[in-house]
Design a protein. Sequence first.
Length: 87
Amino acid sequence: MLQIQDESAFIKFVRATAACTGNILNMSSIAEVCGKDVKTVQVWLSVLERSGLVYLLQPYHNNFNTRLARKPKLHFLDTGLACWLLG
């Protein structure tokens, strides 16, 4: 799906996403951990989402504008893989 030149940065990215499972998504902190920019993190996250490894749970609020402004929660769907990545 994706041509990855820096494999070690991608592994750091996957481990950072596993560490953030169940929490509100903060792409800038993930980008800081793996040493890439936020656009690269967005592309890599979309690949993980399309492959079925992560799910972005969109927030729900009665006010539609508040719903758009809030950030989604990141959930790793394979909890065994998430635990293995975290050691």
